[in-house]
Design a protein around this ligand. Structure first.
Ligand SMILES: Cc1cc2nc3c(=O)[nH]c(=O)nc-3n(C[C@H](O)[C@H](O)[C@H](O)COP(=O)(O)OP(=O)(O)OC[C@H]3O[C@@H](n4cnc5c(N)ncnc54)[C@H](O)[C@@H]3O)c2cc1C
Length: 328
């Protein structure tokens, strides 16, 4: 067929990820915490549409010269690292919330946490016309699904849990699930007003946990610590659904021992990240956990050591670390 003859070399020749120069088309303040920024640019016709939790790098302008010193080309990172500090544009990792190639648009939802950190500061002030650079997937590149960590395989029950930084990814994943999917999604957000509209299959329970303790549609709690609602809610759900998940209370099995060994080897600056290949799993449960690193690590430990899930059933991703800027 003509299409495959034309596209095959095109895919091989193009990288999985590359630079896209974009401008802000619209800014929508969705809730007290979440800001949806819609980017546009001619190049976005080729931006990857694989979705789910696909990540991108958001490169931010320097106050002194914008992007004048930001290196072009595939090897931008090596060149960037060799620049003097004041000429290095900061960049941070975000999730593609939506892509509309025909309209040349990409949405990213920023959880603003004040004027702390270049990305949150930028998002809090973003306006139409602002320029940035996205390092994102190329639809016609060799690895259009690179940067996707949602790999559930064929399992019966799905468990998603995360804080506000993982909320865009969880929403995108929920919207992609087949109608007969079953399980639960826990989203811990700063305020009751941060609940977002999201479509999910009827068999997937979606629970918003607001740290501010406000009453209403969102559950009422009082503590303000990240994870203080997420951890007990997930524990409670797992304990109540242990039988459905087909797991036993193990604690000392091979998987828990492997986890303990891996944790011993973790160095302070090692990214807290482990994404098993779920395609080898059948049957029971797949858990996807993302958010503040210590919270997510604790949840994984509970799932593997106490609840008895196989380590390969748990994808965990430290999206950020309390008190530390993202490592560039
Ligand atoms: C794969 C991946 C996907 C992600 N997707 C998204 C996304 O779609 N939306 C999103 O909002 N975030 C997302 N994040 C998280 C985001 O990259 C971090 O929150 C990042 O640190 C924000 O950069 P910054 O410049 O605002 O702060 P930094 O300069 O990195 O950090 C400055 C300080 O702020 C603290 N901090 C960072 N984030 C928060 C927070 N949310 N609340 C409170 N304190 C914080 C740090 O601990 C540090 O002390 C994602 C991260 C990863 C790895």
């Amino acid at each position: 067929m003509l299409t495959s003859v034309v596209e095959a070399p095109r895919r091989r020749d193009r990288p999985a990820y590359r630079n896209f120069a974009v401008t802000v088309a619209r800014v929508e303040r969705l809730t007290p915490t979440f800001v949806n920024v819609t980017f546009t640019g001619d190049d976005l016709a080729d931006f990857g549409t694989a979705g789910l939790d696909q990540r991108v790098k958001v490169v931010l302008p320097l106050a002194s010269n914008g992007f004048a010193s930001f290196p072009d080309g595939l090897d931008w990172y090596t060149t960037w690292r060799e620049l003097p500090g004041e000429q290095r544009n900061p960049f941070r990792t975000y999730t593609v919330r939506a892509v509309r190639p025909e309209q040349l648009e990409v949405d990213i939802v920023f959880a603003c946490h004040g004027d702390v950190g270049p990305a949150s500061t930028w998002a809090g002030r973003a306006e139409p016309g602002d320029e940035i650079v996205l390092i994102g997937p190329d639809e016609f590149g060799a690895g259009r699904t690179a940067g996707i960590d949602w790999r559930p395989g064929e399992v019966d029950t799905l468990l998603l849990a995360g804080d506000e930084t993982a909320t865009p990814a969880i929403c995108a994943i929920l919207e992609s699930l087949p109608a007969d999917a079953s399980g639960a999604a826990f989203l811990e957000v700063p305020e009751s007003g941060d609940r977002l509209e999201v479509r999910a299959p009827a068999g997937v329970e979606v629970r918003w946990l607001a740290r501010d303790g406000a009453a209403g549609a969102v559950e009422a709690h009082t503590s303000a610590e990240h994870g203080s609602l997420l951890a007990p809610a997930v524990r409670d759900w797992v304990v109540r659904h242990l039988a459905d998940l087909g797991v036993t209370r193990a604690g000392t099995d091979e998987s828990a021992a492997a986890l303990a060994a891996a944790e011993r080897d973790d160095l302070p600056d090692t990214p807290l990240w482990d994404v098993p290949d779920g395609h080898s799993l059948d049957g029971a449960c797949y858990a996807w956990l993302a958010g503040e690193a210590s919270v997510i690590t604790g949840l994984r430990r509970f799932l593997v050591r106490e609840a008895g899930l196989d380590r390969r059933q748990v994808a965990f991703m430290g999206y950020w670390r309390r008190g530390r800027a993202e490592l560039e």
